[in-house]
Design a protein around this ligand. Structure first.
Ligand code: NDP
Length: 295
């Protein structure tokens, strides 16, 4: 049986360091970082995420600003709000909850956010900086995956990693991060041929696909480290609704050296990394050093 990578516990440790960092910023610079979260429409999953982000922001001592807009909001009205938040000194981080309604171009909205307040790390300039290996605000879920990996394995240089999924928000940035850490990276997607045997070569498997329990135990190299980003709601045989990942946990945990559960693996790390990004953004904007607690 493999080691279970406890993302919940690790996220809790990270949040307590963030809380300490917020206290340091307040004591030494009289700054209370602020995070603005913008939600357009009534998507139930998005509402849950936004509530959770706001609650955890306040719990670590930061200011939370919530902006809820109706489903029929126009792109120009949303652009106007982002421009106001860009100018607001108490707002150090801006997150626009995705997906946005169809009438709004997400790329345009993301690129309207001030690049130094882009705590999701999706702005084209942050994406570009990440791809050339320079300093950037790093997308939260990929940052969480990297922390989990390093806590589990230590130095990951030279390891063969496969990332299954090539989205802009998970797959591609994870690949860039692992490349920066000197892994040999394979990015797989829906057109990849013979995915299972390519996967079996990997020391590190990151699954970010959105297909419930797709990655089976016989795809996993013995003792490999498996990070399951997927969050899928399914109905089990007894008719109960439950969350599962993109990895078939039962069979994969028989083979892997270490594996993240769903829930309780990558998910909790995502919000912790968002809070950390808000502190990093604050320090960049004020041109001060990162607090000891998170540096
Ligand atoms: P996307 O739908 O944007 O991307 C999915 C990727 O998987 C695509 O690149 C697609 O390939 C690839 N893919 C789909 N089907 C297959 C297949 N059968 N074989 C191989 N590759 C396939 O998803 P996201 O990246 O946004 O999310 C991925 C998962 O991670 C979801 O379950 C999502 O809920 C979860 N998630 C979890 C987060 C967390 O905090 N834990 C945060 C964000 C996402 P192609 O490009 O060819 O279409």
């Amino acid at each position: 049986m493999s080691t279970v990578i406890d993302g919940k516990a690790l996220a809790e440790t990270l949040r307590s360091r963030i809380k300490q960092a917020v206290s340091e910023l307040q004591a030494e610079h009289n700054i209370v970082p602020g995070l603005a979260v913008v939600l357009v429409g009534e998507n139930p999953a998005s509402q849950v995420y936004v509530r959770s982000k706001a609650r955890q922001t306040v719990e670590v001592g930061m200011q939370s600003f919530e902006h809820r807009l109706p489903e029929n909001t126009s792109e120009s009205d949303l652009v106007q709000l982002i421009k106001e938040l860009n100018q607001e000194p108490q707002v150090n981080g801006i997150l626009v909850q995705l997906p946005l309604p169809a009438q709004i171009n997400s790329e345009h909205i993301i690129n309207t956010i001030n690049v130094n307040k882009d705590v999701d790390g999706f702005h084209v300039e942050n994406t570009g900086r990440l791809s050339i290996g320079s300093d950037s605000l790093i997308p939260c879920t990929p940052a969480g995956c990297l922390i989990l990996l390093k806590r589990t394995i230590g130095d990951i240089a030279g390891q063969n990693a496969i990332i299954i999924g090539r989205s802009n928000i998970v797959g591609k940035p994870v690949a860039q991060l692992l490349l920066k850490e000197h892994c040999t990276v394979t990015i797989a997607h829906s057109r990849t041929r013979d995915l299972s045997s390519t996967c079996r070569q990997a020391d590190i498997v990151i699954a970010a696909v959105g297909v419930p329990e797709m990655v089976k135990g016989d795809w996993i190299k013995p003792r490999a480290t498996v990070i399951d980003v997927g969050i899928n709601r399914i109905t089990d045989n007894s008719g109960k609704s439950k969350l599962v990942g993109d990895v078939d946990y039962a069979s994969a945990s028989e083979v892997a050296g270490a594996i993240t559960p769903v829930p309780g693996g990558v998910g909790p790390m995502t919000i912790a990394c968002l809070l950390q990004n808000t502190i990093i953004a604050t320090c960049r904007q004020r041109q001060i050093k990162l607090p000891e607690a998170i540096s």
